[in-house]
Design a protein around this ligand. Structure first.
Ligand code: SAH
Ligand code: SF4
Ligand code: F3S
Length: 449
């Protein structure tokens, strides 16, 4: 039996694509190898959102190429966003690569990598079927990603995603709901709906299927057995009241939204082509918070976009102070070949970018810690994911507001337990399972102290 090894980079979309790649190959009779040495087919599902994942992949590929020189029978397959971005030059740049495929061509991978051989070369720019319709190999039985759309119709000037993932295509609502119902029957309790811009979901569907993201949330919420619904990412420009109402009214939809800000300066937002202003973003946050009590907000922020002045950066800091995010991913702007921003003059010097991100991270972390400290003393519902990463004797899970909690208690992965929060950092909470607290308070509070 042939064996494969898959390395994944990048976002949740890619992680989910990898589950589909695994599911498809396993259906064709391949099995997963523990490491690259044991594998006949080495697959890389790549990301090219910033320069860093590019570099990481180049390093890993060099290692795989060295392995292949010693064991020439091994096949190297490179898929994902970086493969699509470099499709013209991929085989030239990396002669060790046998098979290459873009994110839209995943369903075709099985045609080349079968249990009885490999048809070399690549396929790109095919957006004809959803990877979401392939079998899936999931790591956890109780959590699942569900693809709602592929591609992106936005034209953010810094972003490579539209070039590598194509135009937005919504999956048919019936297919999504059928998948969620099937997942629920298999024991899944938490789903995360995935799309580059979930708020524009449904707009491209034929008139008789046309729907919106709020309706999709309601349809998923109505499925028995699904206790938690998350989604990523909503684009602020398309976040409309019906979606906020659906979030508020659907019991399973979690009190959490990841709402990328990118910049607090309207001038920079315009150059980024985000099509909202600072004021519109802040007003949307107010509307969300008014509609959904106790909402947790996450965000993405870029510093050092071309032309960003100290005053622009100050505006970003102001919005962060005003909105008070519960969590934030912060990025140094990374020029991507083929995007408009990469061609802009006034690129910000590296040392200025570095200095700004450090200042931003300080503010983001302080506020996140303060926000988390406000949870101390409350009892939160936690979905148990496994044992704590730092302490085998403790459990780890996440609240509905998407904060990781390490806690003392006894529960199976996949169960929902009440946890009393005792301590907080900028990224995690600590606590005691409320049941365990009631019975063995002496031991539990000693462990938390
Ligand atoms: N579709 C999602 C985000 C996809 S990329 C959305 O629009 O919300 C995830 C994040 O990477 C973006 O939100 C942005 O903050 C960051 N990012 C994208 N391109 C980048 C670049 N060229 N340099 C630095 N950060 C970038
Ligand atoms: Fe990139 Fe903008 Fe599309 Fe997000 S919405 S994937 S940042 S182009
Ligand atoms: Fe995701 Fe990276 Fe592609 S962030 S969409 S895997 S470029």
């Amino acid at each position: 039996m042939k064996r494969y090894h898959l390395t994944t980079y990048g976002c949740q979309m890619n992680a989910h694509d990898s589950e589909r790649i695994k599911g498809m190959l396993e259906k064709q009779g391949l099995s997963e190898a523990a490491d690259q040495h044991d594998a006949d087919v080495l697959i890389f599902n790549t990301c090219t959102i910033r320069e860093k994942p590019d570099r990481k992949f180049a390093e890993h590929l060099a290692q795989a190429a060295a392995l292949k020189r010693r064991h020439p029978g091994k096949v190297i397959a490179v898929g994902g966003c970086l493969a699509e971005a470099q499709k013209e030059r991929l085989f030239e740049l990396y002669p060790q690569v046998d098979v290459a495929f873009g994110p839209g061509s995943i369903p075709h991978l099985g045609e080349w990598v079968g249990s009885d051989g490999v048809a070399p070369r690549g396929r790109f720019g095919q957006w004809d079927s959803f990877a979401g319709d392939l079998p899936s190999h999931r790591e956890r039985g109780f959590q699942a990603w569900v693809q709602v759309s592929m591609g992106c119709n936005s034209t953010c000037s810094y972003c490579i995603v539209p070039a590598v993932r194509g135009r937005e295509q919504s999956r048919r609502p019936g297919d999504i709901v059928a998948e969620v119902a099937q997942l629920a029957r298999e024991g899944v309790r938490e789903i995360t709906l995935l799309g580059q811009n979930v708020n524009s979901y449904g707009r491209d569907l034929l008139p008789d299927l046309r729907t919106d993201f709020g309706e999709l949330l309601r349809a998923c919420d109505a499925i028995d057995g699904i206790d938690r619904i998350r989604f990523t990412s909503p684009h602020p420009k398309d976040f409309r009241s019906p979606v906020i109402a659906a979030m508020a009214e659907c019991a399973a939809v979690c009190e959490h939204a990841h709402l990328p800000l990118q910049s607090g300066s309207t001038r920079i937002l315009k150059a980024m082509r985000r099509t909202y202003t600072r004021e519109r973003y802040v007003a949307l946050v107010a509307e969300l918070r008014a509609g959904i009590p106790d909402l947790a907000l996450g965000t993405d922020i870029i510093v050092g976009f071309p032309g960003e002045t100290e005053a622009d950066f100050q505006e970003t800091l102001e919005v962060v102070e005003e909105v008070r995010f519960d969590s934030a991913f912060t990025f140094v702007y990374s020029p991507r070949k083929g995007t408009d921003a990469a061609e802009m003059e006034e690129q910000v010097p590296e040392d200025v970018k570095r200095q700004r991100i450090e200042r931003l991270v300080d503010v983001v972390q302080r506020i996140a810690r303060e926000r988390n400290e406000q949870r101390i003393g409350r009892v939160e519902e936690v979905l148990v994911e496994g044992t704590s990463r730092n302490d085998e004797g403790e459990l780890r899970g996440r609240t509905r507001r998407n904060t990781t909690v390490n806690f003392v208690g006894d529960a199976e992965p996949g169960s929902l337990v009440p946890v009393r929060i005792d301590a907080a950092t900028s990224t995690t909470l600590r606590g005691v399972s409320a049941g365990a607290f009631a019975v063995g308070s002496a031991r539990s509070s000693a462990a938390v102290a």
